[in-house]
Design a protein around this ligand. Sequence first.
Ligand code: C2E
Ligand code: CA
Ligand code: CA
Length: 775
Amino acid sequence: MRRLGRLGFRGRLITAMVALVVVVVLVIGALMAAYLFDDEKKRAVEQLDIGARVTQEVLQRRADLERSRLQVVVQDFGFLSAIASGDRATLISALDNHSERAGADLAVLLDTEGQVIASTVRLGRFPLPDGLLDRAGNGRELVAFRGTGYELLVVPVQAPGLRAWLVAGFRLDDALARIIAELSGTRVEFQTAMDDKASTFATFAASHLGGTREDVSDQRFFVRRIALGDSDPASDLHATLMVDRQASLQRYYQRAREIGLLVLAILVFAILVAMIIARTLSRPVRQLAEYARAIGRVHTGDADATPPRLRVGGELLQLRNTLRDTFTRLRDREAHIRHAATHDDVTGLANRIALLDALEERLVANQPCSLIGLRLNDLSRINDSLGLAFGDQVLTAVANRLREHWPTALVVARTGGREFLLLLERLSDAAQVDAARRLHRQLQTPLEIDHTSFTVRTSVVTLQLPDDAGTLNEFRRRVNLTFERAARSDDPVLRYRPGLDENHLRRLQIIGDLQGAIRQGQLAMHYQPKLDVSLGRLVQVEALVRWQHPSLGPVSPDEFISLAEQSGQIHDLTGHILQRVADDARGWIAQGLDIGIAINLSAKDLTWPALPGLVARTFADWPQPMSRITLEVTESALMDDPVRALETLAQLSALGVHLSVDDFGTGYSSLAQLRQLPVQELKIDKSFVLRLRSEPDDQLIVRFIIDMAHGLGLAVAAEGIEDLDSWHLLRGWGCNLAQGFALGRPMPAADLPGAAQTLHQQRANLTHNATENSG
Ligand code: C2E
Ligand code: CA
Ligand code: CA
């Protein structure tokens, strides 16, 4: 059933037709066989009817013949005189002779009363049927005697006047049976119930037939049994008629074979016809199926589908036409979609997808190529001020110019709102730069839009592939990066610089990981000593944050703090650091170390309104005076947004904390401006201090700053002291606080007690010969 389900139309058609033919042929065959059998049976019955009639006829004729012979015997003079003699011996001898002449097998002479006078057989063993003489007129009687059938005839003996009765018996023997068989063509057997030499078929008939006129048949014979005995049913005398089936069966088989052959021939012929018909019937269907498959393939690419020429009409033709129309529509739509998917609808140039596809192909095939990118710097401004329609016209004009000047480019694509990319066969680096400059110049020439000349400013970037980018992702990122740099650069033509992207990725990773680092405690706080210069005593430490990144290693705070500022995570970070420092400091103060703290604030913190509140909460109930807390704010941070910075500083100052201007000397603030700020300290940038010992210019600057600051009532701190000479110089100039590797490196809070101890011991060194070096 499942296999049938998988058959095609043709297969099903053939199967159905052949099945139909088989059924019809089988039915006809079966009917013919049944008819033949019936016919044979009817013939056999007719044959048996004839046999039965002939049997009766022959018995009747024989009886007539015998009776006339007996008639001769009873009129015979010799026979009559023997009776008249009354001598028994003479009588028996005459009876013997005369009955033999008449062909009788037995003879009995009865007197008028029915008493036996003489007999050729011993009558004790041959009882005559009762009432035999009463029925004498009827002529004959069939009886069985000791297993053999006899016909008894009774004839009166007149001499004149009735003298006696002669009873003669004739055996129903095989000779008689043969005669009947010859006459009727039916085999006959006579037998009685006690017949011990009965044939198999007679026995068979006896056991199957109750003496009626029924027919039975077995493998070899049709059989009928007719009862003969009329006087004594107990004697059970029968004639069994048999028609041999062999001959008619032979005929039957012959017919059956012929029919079988005929059926086979018809079947073969029918199958052939069915196949031919199925072929022709299914051809258009197959053609349509093939056509539909071809249509299916067209969608995948190159193949084309031509509609089949059908020699039929009707539904199939209609189906073909529908398929053809659908296909045409499908192909048009497909082409349209394909075009839309790979083209920019404003300029008609290839789009980003098409360019990336082409690029990917080249990368996969390992074919080097050159890329020139173009960005219209002020398209959004044009859109805003002159309208989107005008913007589109600018784009179209640029596209036309690209088409006009770069006919040999592999792909010219608009890859973004204001971005175009040209994919070129690989050029040398120099040739590529030339090409880029040429492109830039081509777009410097004013565009003609709505009959007015219009100039666009553009940035042009170049990349060599695969050198500058090995994958599409790298390419996309690096083109963008280069464009961004080009926008900021003085030269409008920029080549991608290796490493640019790696920095970019590193920055992205740092930004991405920072939040987790804060939560997972990857950040550590280190503390660097700040010494009172005149006393040589540790009075304060500056908190410096450290980050040991799991894969990047140590990341400098300069790097990740500016990234935290850019990514908006700086407030979280500052809050975290404030808390960590407060916790650490409470610890060492509790241990008896009297050390104040300096904490760096980022520029962005100064414009964060929540900062003063946060500081107040973090340092609530501070065990030292609030003035022992210094917040370091860079000079440039103060200058970004002076008004808001001033506000924040005022609030912080109100809390009692000290404020220090960090990195002083690197910004452009004037001392006059500083005067208006609520700060207590200037921290001279280390760039002036690091080479203080050897740089007279730096010495001049530092001395000047110290004097001026003191003049304004500000304390001065110096950082970056890497040698004691610098320390002594600063000491001589009255610098208040000093910090540097020569005095102590940043260290974990746990190391502070030890460091404080060491510094205490070195105090003499720091304070002894100050005057000697200050000259
Ligand atoms: P900064 O505030 O100027 O910090 C002083 C920097 O100079 C520290 O670098 C310190 O290790 C280094 N330094 C100290 N003495 C010497 C010396 O004798 N020679 C030399 N060559 N360098 C010396 P660090 O720790 O790398 O910090 C760099 C910058 O990161 C800091 O500059 C500060 O602007 C920022 N920063 C560090 N920690 C924090 C923080 O907790 N919060 C904020 N907002 N910024 C921080
Ligand atoms: Ca600082
Ligand atoms: Ca500094």
